[in-house]
Design a protein around this ligand. Structure first.
Ligand code: AHG
Ligand code: MN
Ligand code: MN
Length: 333
């Protein structure tokens, strides 16, 4: 039981592990190391304007997007701290073209977006690190496609560290969703949001409205139907869109809300990445009582076709996401 000084992330992870007597403690150690990487990234993000690490590197990454200096810094921290932990055999990063295999081995595979929302960095908008953890399936030391290309429903843990007004670590290991706030004076994450739920009212609606000319008809239909419900409900839902998925998702998780980045004429396969963004957040949403879909099926049931697989994403309160699926279904009749 937490005393007056709270429950640390490390203690919480170990308590969850004790529910599984067969566990060897390696997943707990890995989650703790991800938390350490998050502290380091957080400290650099907080000091960015002073350290001269704002702005872009002038490089373009495998996604065709501008690499910010902090993107590179976060990638280096993840490689050093998580890659050096001896707990992962492979690292899949939004910022790396290929899989990074780790010779020292480990029983887990990690996929991550080292810094999500990085186009917002220079304006001090909230950004974050998103991660997804799988068990290595194949025996032996060789890393196979079956190890790295797993569906979201095979995740053993997922989470994010949000660098916002405070730094928060939110994770699930399949036993609900829990949030911890970093106390920078002692360098520890302390439980601040136990058992977060996403099964109340949907209050926030997040979409980049400027993509409207490129949307399929069903998106317009869906928004109209959400607005109809909203009207009947005396404008319960408000538009809230940051343009930083991890921050938009976190706000919606706390207040109730739905975020959408559907496929469109400019991004026919979707903009967001399945392995680094959609899948981990989908696991968290479902563990909290919400849902995530590409418009047809659950994000967690999508088979990754390639490392940087992109997907449409509708994520948040289940009724609103299911309404989107309904609109897609009607449009295809
Ligand atoms: P990243 O910074 O990791 O490249 O991700 C950016 C993503 C996501 O955070 C955000 O919701 C979306 O891109 C914004 O895209 P648009 O500018 O097209 O709305
Ligand atoms: Mn991202
Ligand atoms: Mn990124």
């Amino acid at each position: 039981m937490p005393g007056t000084h709270g429950l640390t992330l490390t203690a919480h992870i170990r308590n969850t592990q004790s529910l599984h007597p067969e566990a060897r403690g390696e997943l707990s150690a890995l989650l703790t190391q991800v938390g350490v990487a998050g502290k380091m990234i957080s400290s650099k993000v907080n000091m960015a304007g002073l350290l001269g690490v704002l702005g872009s590197t002038g490089k373009i990454n495998v996604q065709g997007e501008i690499v910010q200096k902090l993107d590179e810094m976060a990638e280096d921290v993840m490689q050093d701290i998580v890659g050096g932990s001896g707990l992962v055999c492979a690292m899949l990063s939004e910022e790396r073209k290929d899989i990074l295999e780790i010779e020292t081995g480990g029983r887990y595979v990690i996929a991550y977006d080292p810094l999500d929302g990085s186009s917002n960095i220079d304006a001090n908008v909230s950004i974050g690190t998103i991660f997804s953890i799988f068990r290595k399936l194949s025996p032996g030391t060789e890393v196979t496609r079956a190890d790295t290309m797993q569906k979201g429903c095979e995740q053993v843990a997922a989470g994010y560290i949000l660098y916002g007004s405070s730094t928060v670590f939110v994770y699930t290991a399949g036993e609900g969703v829990h949030g911890f706030t970093l106390d920078p004076s002692v360098g520890e994450y302390i439980l601040s949001h136990p058992d977060i739920r996403l099964d109340g009212k949907c209050k926030c609606f997040s979409i980049n409205q400027c993509n409207a000319p490129y949307w399929d008809a069903w998106v317009h239909d869906w928004i109209a139907r959400v607005m109809e419900r909203n009207d009947a409900d005396k404008r319960r839902i408000s538009g809230r869109h940051i343009g930083s998925l991890v921050a938009d998702f976190h706000r919606n998780l706390i207040y109730g809300g739905v975020f959408a980045y559907p496929t469109d004429a400019r991004s026919p396969k979707g903009k967001l990445r399945l392995m680094y963004e959609a899948s981990p957040l989908a696991f968290i949403a479902e563990q909290a009582g919400g849902y995530a879909s590409d418009g047809r099926i659950s994000i967690l049931d999508l088979e990754p076709e390639e490392l940087h697989h992109r997907t449409g994403l509708i994520i948040g309160n289940r009724p609103e996401v299911e309404l989107a699926e309904d609109c897609v279904g009607r449009a295809s009749i």
